[in-house]
Design a protein around this ligand. Structure first.
Ligand code: ADP
Ligand code: AMP
Length: 215
């Protein structure tokens, strides 16, 4: 099963993707994670995208389509792929359709996690993640059990993203409404869209996704 998780920054895509990976053996392809890894390893591309990401703008279609194309080869042999944060433009959506077609893969559904803007500010400004295993936390709604230590792997490398501040979030939201939200109509017209209430508790969102995918 190959699916897209669509939603504004902070809608819960990464959280739900991790659940699907753990419970169904799917592979998460997050272009945000791939771009952050390129920054950390200091590649030429990583250096070029760093400022764009910190400003909260989208990096070029060419870069992210290239990243997904490379990652899809190994991921497609797994129990299914979750596209997290990709596609974000109509050009990316068309490119993904082409890539899946070339590889003989189907798109089984697009889940839109719908959350209002006020909740997003709270979610993004409270978010932190484990630098070792990627577990996603929140200062108020999902703190670690032991302060400063990841519940899952015990690492003390807990990190906050450079772009998780209110200014960058405003820009990211603007980018979302201008460039990404047209994908809602695009996938609705194709009959692939399922809208899920992303404001519900994590376990309820998980159940709603399973019901939408009937799996
Ligand atoms: P995205 O990948 O869409 O940017 P995340 O999965 O990283 O979003 O979630 C953003 C923040 O919101 C995190 O701090 C996470 O713990 C929290 N969060 C995710 N889903 C929910 C939910 N259903 N209810 C409350 N908080 C949530
Ligand atoms: P995310 O981790 O999905 O919140 O993405 C963080 C940042 O990476 C975004 O604000 C963009 O700058 C960049 N990015 C991630 N995915 C894409 C994409 N599909 N297209 C363009 N830019 C992206």
């Amino acid at each position: 099963m190959n699916i897209i998780l669509l939603g504004a920054p902070g809608a819960g895509k990464g959280t739900q993707a991790r659940n699907l990976v753990e419970k169904r053996g799917m592979v998460q392809l997050s272009t945000g994670d791939m771009l952050r890894a390129a920054r950390t390893s200091g590649t030429e591309m990583g250096k070029r995208v760093a400022e764009v990401m910190d400003r909260g703008e989208l990096v070029t279609d060419e870069i992210v389509i290239g990243l997904i194309g490379e990652a899809l080869d190994s991921a497609s042999a797994s129990g299914g792929v979750i596209f997290d944060g990709f596609p974000r433009t109509l050009a990316q959506a068309d490119a993904l359709g082409g890539l899946l077609g070339e590889k003989g893969l189907a798109l089984d559904g697009v889940i839109e996690l719908r959350v209002d803007d006020e909740a997003l500010v709270d979610r993004i400004t409270g978010r932190f993640t484990c630098g070792n295993c990627g577990e996603v936390y929140h200062d108020r709604t999902k703190p670690t059990k032991v302060a400063g230590q990841c519940d899952v792997c015990g690492s003390t490398d807990l990190q906050r993203r450079a772009d998780d501040n209110e200014d960058s979030l405003r820009q990211r939201l603007m980018e979302y409404y201008k460039k990404t939200s047209p994908l809602i109509g695009y996938y609705h017209a194709k009959g692939d869209l399922h809208v899920v209430d992303g404001l519900a508790p994590v376990a309820e969102v998980e159940a709603a996704i399973a019901a939408a995918l009937k799996a």
